[in-house]
Design a protein around this ligand. Structure first.
Ligand SMILES: *Cc1c(COP(=O)(O)O)cnc(C)c1O
Length: 466
């Protein structure tokens, strides 16, 4: 399998070659030259597999330059009951016939990003050891990416993590989870700005190719290709869990921000998984919903701070991968569209033939606001006795609006309610349960650096600490 750039300016590379990188060398995103297609026989063989076996079946098709035995060992070491609280890894809860919640939040940081990030940590360590080299990971987080990355990379040899987060914008729990880490290879940088400022700094540093090469800058944010592929696995897992045969269709509702999670669903479908609808749920930051309704992609100058903060994103960094497929995988078109976006503008595919493909792919969308979130959390608690977090609530709200009779709907649970206590209290008047090992987390000493939203200052910090 070779990997290309969505903008056409990168020579073909292998999985291992793109594993440690962020953006492609031409500023685009890395994509496989073609999606592996699974036959009916492949799907039949996968039904009944446990999570680790499924992960291997999916990943080996993308990571085909890692020897199979090594890849299997990395996967077996990652997806364990010790790390994910059960051997199911991503347990499925059935609320009523045809309505399910896929639990993706049982890793160390209680959010779905652990599923991919834990694998990434082990893949990175493997490749770095093999190549006898080091890496400085630079990332931006609105909450969950950062902690998932840090818990995956802490104490790993040859890896340092520099994580930017918007100062004061994460929940106290999220902040404490990251800032309480005392591992010497983890550096938390609180930026005076919003998430998009953090993301812009990461882009600016990565676009400085000389600096990037000299300081071996790598990325773990949602544009990392290996993360996207690791997320493909649980669509398969959920599909087999809710169907009896491979001619049935299933719809998925996905709480979305940077479009990484739902992009994985799109890839699962391109590989041949019978997915009916992918439902993109956004919060008040509705740039993706606007696109799927109208064809206009218009990143906003402002990001609203909401009660589902991990979706507070006004530029969806992974979206370029999907648009690449939408425009028939023509890099010249993508390059042109992102020239407009990167210049602060927007584009409109609404009146082009490309937009018809949105219907062909069966992508739908909707928005959920704070009041919807509260109402959905209450409804789920009263109706089914299930407590869900604010992001999952956005997904459930929008998912139910697009539910069709006879088609199972799987709502992805992207975090546990314990991460967002304040809103749970507001909705239910009670505290969410917290895993025992996290009681008192906010009282631990915190270790972080406050900095202005300035790429040069961040570079200097990396230079002095690596
Ligand atoms: C990151 C995150 C999302 C959004 O996922 P994307 O892949 O960025 O679309 C949704 N919910 C939670 C809890 C998250 O941490």
């Amino acid at each position: 399998m070779k990997y290309l750039s969505t903008r056409g300016g990168m020579p073909p590379k292998t999985f291992t070659e793109i594993l440690l990188g962020g953006l492609a060398t031409d500023g685009g995103l890395t994509v496989p030259e073609a999606y592996p297609r699974l036959s009916g026989e492949d799907l039949a063989a996968m039904r009944g597999m446990r999570y680790r076996e499924l992960a291997f079946e999916v990943m080996r098709r993308f990571a085909d330059d890692i020897p199979a035995a090594d890849l299997r060992a990395i996967i077996d070491k990652t997806y364990t009951a010790e790390v994910f609280r059960s051997d199911e890894i991503t347990p499925l809860k059935t609320l009523e016939p045809g309505l399910h919640i896929l639990g993706l939040s049982y890793g160390p940081t209680l959010a779905f990003k652990d599923v991919a990030m834990q694998l990434l940590g082990n893949l990175f360590e493997y490749v770095l050891a093999k190549e006898n080299t080091e890496i400085n990971i630079l990332g931006a987080t609105s909450g969950d990416t950062g902690s998932a990355a840090e818990y995956a990379m802490r104490g790993k040899r040859g890896i340092r993590v520099f994580m930017l987060s918007p100062q004061g914008k994460m929940s106290p729990f999220q902040t404490a989870q990251m800032f309480s880490l005392q591992d010497p290879n983890i550096f938390n940088i609180a930026v005076k700005g919003v998430f998009d400022d953090c993301q812009d700094i990461v882009k600016a540093v990565s676009n400085d190719l000389e600096f990037k090469a000299k300081y071996k800058i790598g990325a773990v944010n949602s544009i990392n290709w290996a993360r996207v592929t690791a997320q493909v696995v649980y669509y398969f897992k959920a599909y087999f869990a809710v169907t009896k045969s491979n001619d049935e269709e299933v719809s998925f509702s996905v709480p979305s921000g940077n479009f990484g999670n739902v992009c994985a669903g799109h890839i699962a479908r391109q590989m041949g998984l019978p997915i009916r609808k992918l439902i993109v749920a956004t919060n008040e930051n509705d740039v993706l919903d606007e696109f799927f309704r109208t064809g206009v992609y218009r990143p906003r100058p402002e990001t609203q701070h909401t009660s589902s903060p991990s979706m507070d994103i006004s530029k969806a960094s992974n979206f370029e991968r999907f648009v690449y497929d939408l425009v028939g995988r023509d890099p010249a078109v993508v390059k042109d569209l992102w020239k407009q976006v990167d210049g602060g503008g927007s584009f409109d595919l609404g009146k082009t033939p490309f937009f018809a493909k949105v219907k062909e792919f069966v992508m739908e969308s909707g928005v959920s606001c704070h009041a919807n979130r509260l109402e959905t959390i209450r409804h789920m608690y009263r109706q089914y006795g299930v407590m869900i977090d604010t992001h999952t609530a956005d997904g459930v709200k929008v998912g139910l609006e697009h539910r069709e009779p006879g088609i199972p709907l799987v709502c992805l649970e992207t975090a546990l309610p314990a991460k967002f206590e304040e809103t749970i209290r507001e909705a239910l008047g009670r505290e969410p349960e917290r895993p025992a090992e996290l009681v008192g987390l906010e009282k631990l000493p915190q270790r972080f650096e406050v900095m202005a939203a300035d790429a040069e200052a961040v570079k200097r910090f990396i230079v002095t600490h690596s």
